[in-house]
Design a protein around this ligand. Sequence first.
Ligand SMILES: NC(=O)C1=CN([C@@H]2O[C@H](COP(=O)(O)OP(=O)(O)OC[C@H]3O[C@@H](n4cnc5c(N)ncnc54)[C@H](OP(=O)(O)O)[C@@H]3O)[C@@H](O)[C@H]2O)C=CC1
Ligand SMILES: O=C(CO)COP(=O)(O)O
Ligand SMILES: [Zn+2]
Length: 355
Amino acid sequence: MKENKESYKNKWMQLPRNVVVGHDVISDTGKVCKDLKLNGNALIVAGESTLKAAGKTVEACLEEYGFNVDIAVVRSPAYDEVKRVEELSTEIKASFLLGVGGGKSIDIAKLASTYLDLPFISIPTAASHDGIVSSRASILKDNRTVSEAASTPIAVIADTAIIAAAPYRLLIAGCGDIISNYTAVRDWELAHRLRNEPFSEYASIISKMTAKVLIESARMIRPGIEESAWTVIKALVASGVAMSIAGSSRPASGSEHKFSHALDEIAPQPALHGEQCGVGTIMMMYLHGGNWQEIRDSLITIGAPSCAVELGIGEEYIIQALLNAHEIRPERYTILGTGLTREAAEKVARITKVI
Ligand SMILES: NC(=O)C1=CN([C@@H]2O[C@H](COP(=O)(O)OP(=O)(O)OC[C@H]3O[C@@H](n4cnc5c(N)ncnc54)[C@H](OP(=O)(O)O)[C@@H]3O)[C@@H](O)[C@H]2O)C=CC1
Ligand SMILES: O=C(CO)COP(=O)(O)O
Ligand SMILES: [Zn+2]
């Protein structure tokens, strides 16, 4: 029976059981965990700032319901942090993990709980990325971002008051990560046509819909407003569901993400993931022959970076990242093909006003 259980794992669509979104829902953390029949020792995984923003509140809410709670503070989305969290989980005999923070904390908790086969709860403190519910984890290995299959959270607790109070730059980054779905899906369609790569109509439609709805509501996205946090969180959740349906990050990660990951490797001070992906989408939409101006105008309306200066990254790094991008996850075919020439890279960056 066991081997059958294992065999279906590469076919299943893992979706979270409970997605709780709203004002002050963080105070329901203890109840959510009890309702999920979780017991024993909990391990919170958070960053320095997110521990203050929400981690300590989560600790108190869990203790109120009789859980023993430990905390692991993480600093980078790297494998050695995942290993450290795994060891601590084993040491304290954790029965479940909670990722409290941005993509880094959530991905580390997600991957550690996958390796340990423990339940995991996602508690985003910002609407900065679409890994909140996804069955993927993006982790640095030898300075290169790798995307690994991971367990979907059994619950998501997204407190819109905390998310609205987070630095607005994080909400804007989440918008960039969603808008990037447009070129991600075009790359996926291209790979399906040229290389017969498996393609999911449903996942691609959901993914494109999140970008479309967000662009249409761009004027409504404002700092400190819970309604704005709601709008972006719903898009991020839907985008993560699209990845879970596809069983890969394909619906939300294409050539624009390759560009962002390439920047992470060479830029002295990379910008936020979603900010870099947004700028990458402008240029990749140009390469696809699509309406890059609409992408650029939407990012500007939201207040997201649309060029190198606004990313705080030098022009040469933009060009170099364009030249390196196709080497990131080379098996994932995109509009970048086997790579741009320097002239082509400079041309696309100039025409789209990124440099
Ligand atoms: N698995 C997936 O499907 C996906 C994964 N990702 C990954 O997610 C990461 C990007 O996520 P992102 O959130 O931008 O990066 P981080 O998790 O690094 O968060 C960015 C910064 O925001 C801070 N922060 C978060 N919430 C708050 C808050 N409420 N108040 C104050 N500060 C806050 C964090 O603090 P602190 O330092 O305390 O953590 C951190 O310094 C990348 O590694 C990317 O690869 C992105 C998309 C999808
Ligand atoms: O960032 C992601 C989707 O927004 C995940 O993508 P990667 O698989 O490229 O890490
Ligand atoms: Zn992303």
